[in-house]
Structures are given as structure tokens and as C-alpha cells.
Design a protein around this ligand. Structure first.
Ligand code: FAD
Length: 106
């Protein structure tokens, strides 16, 4: 498997991109799909220690899928929890959409 850092960067790109394209007013089916996806994701993520901690996080901080902004912020906070665990700076979650949807260069 890819190393944990490369896998992590690619995965956050995928997850935040899903948030960025998630509807502002998702249907019940779309909300259900996202919940199912994230639950399965947390069990299949191929960094096992990462996946274990992420499952615990998801049990404590229930996933928010009611709108793009709700999920985007929830995901940003989840990513920040990993940042803190790894001793990285927290990201300003008021800027998640600018980073992942409307775009800036990293
Ligand atoms: P990354 O953290 O990969 O972030 C990529 C880019 O996202 C950043 O450059 C920044 O522009 C942006 N960003 C940063 N924070 C946020 C935020 N809060 N919201 C929105 N955008 C943001 N690694 C481990 O060593 N141990 C673990 O237990 C672990 N658990 C993980 C759990 C999950 C679910 C995932 C997806 C990854 C996990 N990782 C873990 C990998 C780790 O989070 C990083 O991806 C990896 O260390 C590379 O970090 P990076 O500094 O390149 O930036």
C-alpha cells in the first residue's frame, strides 16, 4: 500500500472534494448515501490505526450530512482532530470551501 502520508493527502483530497460537490440541500437518499459511504470508509481505510481512531471519532462526533456546509464543517473538524493528534496546525474551518471548492493554490 501507499505510505500513510501519501495515502492521507490523497484521501483528504477525495473527502473534501466530495464535501465541495455535495448538494446545498441534499435529498434524503443523498444524505443516506453519504452516511453509508463514510461509515464504510471508516472501516475500509487501509491505514488500520488511522481507521480505528477515525471510527472512535465518528462515534463521538456524529456525522452531519444535512447540507454541504454542515458536512464540509464536520469533515474539517474531523481533519483538524487528526492534525492535532499529529502535532500539525489546525485549519481555519471558515475557509474550507475556499480551499476545496472555490479554490486556492496549496
Ligand atoms: P494533510 O493533512 O493530508 O492535508 C492536505 C491539505 O488539506 C493541506 O495541505 C491543507 O491545505 C488542507 N487541510 C488541512 N487541514 C484541513 C482541514 N482541517 N480541513 C480542510 N482542509 C484541510 N496519519 C497518521 O500518521 N496517523 C493517523 O492516525 C492518521 N489518521 C488519518 C485518518 C484519516 C481519515 C485520513 C484521511 C488521514 C489520516 N492520516 C493519519 C494522514 C494525515 O492526516 C495526513 O494526510 C498526512 O500526515 C499528510 O499530511 P499533510 O501535512 O500533507 O496534509
Amino acid at each position: 500500500p501507499a505510505d500513510v502520508e501519501t495515502l492521507g493527502r490523497s484521501t483528504w483530497t477525495l473527502l473534501h472534494s466530495i464535501a465541495a460537490t455535495y448538494p446545498k440541500t441534499p435529498s434524503v437518499a443523498e444524505q443516506s448515501d453519504l452516511k453509508t459511504f463514510m461509515g464504510v470508509f471508516s472501516r475500509l481505510y487501509p491505514c488500520w490505526v488511522c481507521a480505528e481512531d477515525f471510527q472512535v471519532y465518528m462515534q463521538k462526533e456524529r456525522i452531519q450530512v444535512g447540507s454541504r456546509d454542515e458536512f464540509g464543517k464536520w469533515l474539517c473538524e474531523a481533519h483538524n482532530a487528526v492534525n492535532v493528534k499529529l502535532g500539525k496546525d489546525k485549519f481555519d474551518c471558515s475557509k474550507w470551501e475556499e480551499r476545496w471548492r472555490t479554490g486556492w493554490k496549496d
